[in-house]
Design a protein around this ligand. Structure first.
Ligand code: NDP
Ligand code: 8X3
Length: 257
């Protein structure tokens, strides 16, 4: 197992859910964290808590990953002590709506495509060259079971996560001959703000997603990501699918109520 002490880890979407859980598990190991998301206040609160609890350094970045120029500027203007990113966790992402494709909302589509695909590409494009030239690094993309199996109403979200799967595979191929590692971590149902965001704040509808099942927690996913990034440097975990015991596929869920 490799140590994460003083490793520089950039986590997108660190203000909630899986991103926050990753920040906590890496902070516990003494990593130096760059936390990125749009909600700066939340990032700062998290940074204050983790810095005090684990005595580590944290750099917060208010960033909308959909804005290519902002991503370029954020990465190119990192202070020298933060610029050699060792691990990139491409976690920022969202679903919007569950409409049939032929009734879909264009704004929802654009938000998902711009965040889940283009945002992930921008971060990768601006961070990975440094990893290649320094001779080491690891990119972890958060995909989904939705990238492997499509479900009714999932159309565009599932398409974005299928794209993440293809992009992860392509990046691994393009980095062959370098020591840079690429992993896709693809969860099933995880209870976070995900469904609240999908249903635009309709909490009652969001809560129904997790009714009668024991979903994964954000910590469960962070634990798997931690495992992937701490393997020996010659080991690349290409892809991990994890889901709750109560879930067998994107559509097959055992509900007790
Ligand atoms: P949350 O809604 O709890 O967290 C999503 C995070 O993404 C937030 O921190 C949000 O921050 C950030 N984000 C969204 N849009 C942007 C943007 N344009 N720029 C920067 N940050 C952004 O959901 P999860 O933790 O569940 O989601 C994390 C990842 O896991 C996503 O890629 C999701 O698709 C994936 N996933 C989730 C599953 C689940 O069941 N929950 C299952 C499989 C995969 P802010 O709003 O402050 O910008
Ligand atoms: C999130 C899991 O099944 O809601 O990617 O699409 S699912």
């Amino acid at each position: 197992m490799i140590s994460l002490k003083n490793q520089i880890i950039l986590i997108t979407g660190a203000s909630s859910g899986i991103g926050t859980a990753c920040a906590r598990i890496f902070a516990h190991e003494g990593a130096k964290l760059i936390l990125a998301a749009r909600r700066l206040e939340r990032l700062q609160q998290l940074a204050d808590t983790l810095a005090k609890e684990f005595n580590i350094e944290i750099h917060s970045l208010q960033l909308d990953v959909r804005d290519r120029i902002a991503v370029e500027s954020a990465i190119s203007t990192l202070p020298a002590a933060w610029s050699n990113i060792d691990i990139l966790i491409n976690n920022a992402g969202l679903s919007r709506g569950l409409d049939k494709l032929h009734e879909g909302d264009f704004q929802n589509w654009e938000e998902m495509i711009d965040t889940n695909i283009k945002g992930l590409l921008y971060l990768t494009r601006y961070v990975v060259p440094g990893m290649v030239s320094r001779g080491g690094g690891h990119v972890v993309n958060i995909g989904s079971i939705a990238g492997h199996q499509t479900y009714p109403g999932g159309n565009v979200y599932c398409g974005t996560k299928a794209a993440v799967k293809a992009i992860s595979e392509g990046l691994k191929q393009d980095l062959l001959g370098t020591p840079v590692r690429v992993t896709s971590v693809d969860p099933g149902m995880v209870e976070t703000e995900f469904s609240d965001v999908r249903f635009h704040g309709d909490t009652e509808r969001a809560n129904k997603v997790y009714q009668g099942v024991t979903p994964l927690t954000a910590d469960d996913v962070a634990d798997v990501i931690f495992f992937c990034v701490t393997r020996s440097p010659h080991v690349n975990i290409n892809e991990v699918i994890l889901m709750p015991v109560d879930q067998a596929s994107a559509t097959l869920v055992n509900r007790r109520t």
